[in-house]
Design a protein around this ligand. Structure first.
Ligand code: 5RP
Length: 273
């Protein structure tokens, strides 16, 4: 792997732990102003100091994140559908590699839709992006998207999707945690991070998901709604960090969450001063 590629990856995946807490905030590219992400700047600013990477589109990056922030950017570069469509798989590459470089991002991300009508299109999109990524030293994340078919999230399907992504050359894959997640990890020669999916019922459910995913071989999370739709998003991301980077148990992480509730304003003030 070339120096630039390695350097970009090591900004996102912390060399001290080999792990990463990525904050996903790219949902608007097909969901519009999702609950609690209506005003991206307001939601993101208190969380950025605690994210190893933030995933956004170029529109949100240019309008809602000040260039002075040091948080590495994972740029969503696929799109073309909206939540109004039953089939969300008809995506194209929407952002050029030139613009990604101009924005000084640390990686680009696109969704693949294995088993759908647009399987080939999305896999060819991935291959094009990897070709360009190799040329520019830009890591590519493939996202094993399931659209509205959340039931597809089982080990057999996700192992297939992750492996296809790795074979085409993705440098990292975002997938979902599932029963027998180890099978997904074992079949993937590149690192995996897990999304959270729609908001879970309790904080304990979220922390258990993160803990189990890490125990079974994920190198971190790329999580959105279960952080920023929580009543105490900063407390939540800090609790997740404790599991990912400090090997905290679920009980210890729950204590971090409880201890940090309601301290968001104070924390952002400290980090910006
Ligand atoms: C949106 C995405 C999200 O980044 C991904 O689903 C992670 O977010 P969440 O934890 O809310 O599922 O790819 O298309």
């Amino acid at each position: 792997m070339d120096w630039g590629m390695k350097n970009r990856l090591s900004r996102m995946i912390k060399p001290s732990t080999g792990r990463s807490v990525m904050l996903a905030a790219d949902h608007g590219y097909f969901m519009g102003p999702t609950r609690k992400l209506e005003n991206p700047r307001k939601m993101l600013e208190p969380l950025l100091p605690f994210a190893d990477t933030v995933a956004v589109t170029r529109g949100i990056l240019r309008t809602s994140i000040d260039p002075e922030w040091d948080t590495p950017i994972l740029l969503r570069v696929s799109g073309g559908t909206s939540i109004l469509k039953d089939d969300l798989s008809d995506e194209e590459i929407t952002t050029s590699m030139t613009d990604a470089v101009r924005l000084n991002v640390s990686a680009v991300a696109l969704s693949i839709f294995v088993g759908t009508n647009h399987e080939k299109q999305s896999l060819v999109n991935l291959s094009r992006l990897v070709n360009e990524g190799e040329e520019f030293g830009m890591p590519v994340m493939a996202i094993t998207a399931v659209g509205k078919e959340l039931k597809k999230r089982d080990a057999k399907y996700l192992a297939l999707s992750c492996r296809l992504a790795a074979e085409i050359g993705a440098h990292i894959v975002k997938t979902y945690y599932c029963d027998n997640f180890r099978k997904v990890v074992d079949g993937s020669p590149v690192p995996l991070v897990v999304a959270g999916g729609p908001k879970l019922d309790t904080e304990l459910d979220v922390l258990n998901l993160v803990y189990n995913a890490l125990q079974e071989g994920a190198i971190g999370v790329d999580m959105g709604r279960n952080i920023w739709q929580n009543d105490y998003p900063v407390a939540m991301i800090k609790a997740i960090r404790a599991i990912v980077h400090e090997k905290a148990t679920v009980k210890e992480a729950m204590q971090v969450y409880t201890d940090n509730k309601g301290r968001a304003t104070e924390q952002v003030a400290i980090h910006r001063s």
